[in-house]
Design a protein around this ligand. Structure first.
Ligand SMILES: Cc1cc2nc3c(=O)[nH]c(=O)nc-3n(C[C@H](O)[C@H](O)[C@H](O)COP(=O)(O)OP(=O)(O)OC[C@H]3O[C@@H](n4cnc5c(N)ncnc54)[C@H](O)[C@@H]3O)c2cc1C
Length: 469
């Protein structure tokens, strides 16, 4: 059997795994990335078809960290990088069947029909509300601090847009740690937003609501592809890791054990021996690989819920739509009782996403709000999505292009009690030196959070290796 040797093996060639490999390589650490699919990128997949550029996963990322600029420069992607069109700052929320612009400044907030007068006045109480005494869901936190209407018409649709989740189920501490920290550190959201801004500025980081959206001319997948191209033959595609064991072979840096990783590549069994292993796969896949070390940690990983999500990309002739498409798109509160979670105006967000005279939308359906909808047969699914789109945007005429992508286990839900899960995962890492988790079930689900977690993981591993030399 073909047996390779290297310092660090990274299992999973999504953005998290590739970024760990990238930063370790910059520190001259010998790495191998094993990716089960033929293409790298994991959830980040872009498809060019009939003049439309379809993002089947993330449509954009928020430039919350200078690490993106570093990646773009390291991979010579300056000509590909592009910020979203300025109009995409406008976002809409469906209320009583009509799209209402999300207010972007205090005057717009006073004038908006999105919130009632009593809903607006309720916000004035926020600075005088004390801290919670127990872990709260996002719904409990927001209702307590900002009122029920703000939960229903601002946060509930936002949570659907980010996590495809429900604010009643997610832990505010785990899912929105920065929001939670504003209360913990500064005693309130308004006070915290004013004082916390100075701290972020010092760290050269940007809050998600201030960071600019960006993508690449050929789509988001360009980033993982370029990182993989730079890594060259250190990335092995079509390599599904089947088992992870410890071996008695010596020569170790971080612990007294080495790891034997077995994988199947194009049907043939291969293996690699490494000192350190980074699990950059979804929680349910990581569970299978570490079960023999700790059935309880595997059970913790198994318990992380990934609801299904379907993404339906639709192209129309521009003349079929009277509605002005001057924005990012719209999100739908649960209270509006629609089927879709929301819709991105893909061709407004970035240029070059649809042929001349055409527009394109990406609608998301399912999530933990209505998971069964994501699993409908393709014809029914398209009917349901197109009915909502046509009704909300008064589209006249038939679509000219349609593409459905299903993510059967889409996004990890940071539910109530999630910090206990993270504690258990951290404990496992401490008890098993040389094994690391680095994927979107730890440290945040956005592309930016994955990049930051990957950088941190590479720094920890790189520093430990340097110390042991
Ligand atoms: C529909 C959708 C839309 C999204 N939109 C946005 C957005 O607009 N903006 C944003 O910031 N974020 C968005 N996200 C979230 C973001 O895209 C993900 O959190 C992020 O890409 C996850 O990256 P990852 O590397 O941690 O995991 P993944 O992308 O899941 O990568 C894991 C990799 O591991 C591989 N793998 C699994 N098992 C094995 C094995 N046994 N052996 C070898 N390889 C294995 C997989 O094939 C995969 O390539 C979206 C997510 C979804 C699902």
């Amino acid at each position: 059997m073909n047996t390779k040797q290297c310092e660090v093996v990274i299992i999973g060639g999504g953005i998290s795994g590739l970024c760990v490999a990238h930063w370790l390589t910059k520190r001259n650490v010998d790495v191998i990335v094993l990716e089960k699919d033929a293409a790298v990128g994991g959830t980040m997949k872009s498809v060019s078809e009939n003049g439309f550029l379809v993002e089947t996963g993330p449509n954009n990322a928020l430039e919350t960290t200078p690490l993106f600029k570093e990646l773009v420069s390291d991979c010579a992607l300056e000509d590909e990088f592009m910020y979203a069109n300025p109009a995409s700052a406008n976002r809409y929320i469906l209320r009583d069947g009509k799209l209402q612009a999300l207010p972007l400044n205090p005057i717009a907030f006073l004038k908006t029909n999105l919130f009632s007068v009593s809903g607006k006045l309720r916000l004035l109480k926020e600075p005088f509300i004390g801290k919670a005494e127990r872990e709260e869901s996002i719904a409990e936190f927001v209702t307590r601090r900002l009122g029920k209407e703000f939960l229903e018409y601002a946060i509930d649709p936002f949570v659907a847009g980010v996590f495809a989740g429900k604010p009643e189920a997610l832990s505010v501490h785990a899912a929105f740690p920065k929001l939670y920290a504003l209360e913990e550190k500064y005693g309130g959201l308004i006070k915290g937003m004013i004082r916390g801004g100075k701290v972020r500025k010092a760290r050269a980081e940007k809050a998600k609501d201030r960071a600019e959206s960006f993508s690449f001319r050929s789509g988001m997948q360009v980033l993982p592809q370029a990182i993989a191209a730079r890594l060259g033959d250190k990335v092995i595609a079509n390599a599904t890791v089947i088992s992870l064991q410890t071996t008695s072979q010596s020569g170790h840096q971080l612990s007294d054990k080495r790891f034997l990783i077995e994988y199947s590549r194009n049907g043939a069994a291969e293996q690699v021996i490494a000192n350190t292993v980074v699990l950059s796969v979804p929680a349910y896949a990581a569970a299978e690989l570490i079960r023999q070390y700790s059935p309880t940690t595997a059970a913790t990983l198994d318990s992380i819920y990934y609801p299904p999500v379907a993404s339906v990309y639709a192209g129309f002739e521009q003349k079929a739509i009277d509605q002005s498409l001057d924005g990012f798109g719209f999100l739908i509160p649960t209270k509006e009782r629609r089927k879709i979670l929301g819709c991105l105006w893909s061709s407004s967000l970035f240029s070059g996403r649809a042929p001349q005279g055409m527009v394109s939308f990406t609608a998301l359906i399912g999530g933990s709000r209505q998971p069964d909808l994501a699993l409908l047969d393709e014809e029914t699914l398209c009917d349901v999505v197109l009915t909502d789109l046509k009704n909300i945007m008064q589209i006249k005429g038939k679509h000219v292009y349609l593409k459905v992508t299903r993510w059967k286990q889409a996004i990890p839900q940071y539910e109530l009690g999630y910090h206990h899960k993270i504690k258990a995962l951290n404990q496992f890492e401490m008890e098993h030196p040389g094994l690391f988790f680095c994927s979107n079930f730890k440290g945040g689900i956005s592309v930016g959070d994955c990049v930051k977690s990957a950088h941190e993981t590479a720094e920890i591993i790189g520093a430990a290796i340097s110390l042991s030399q």
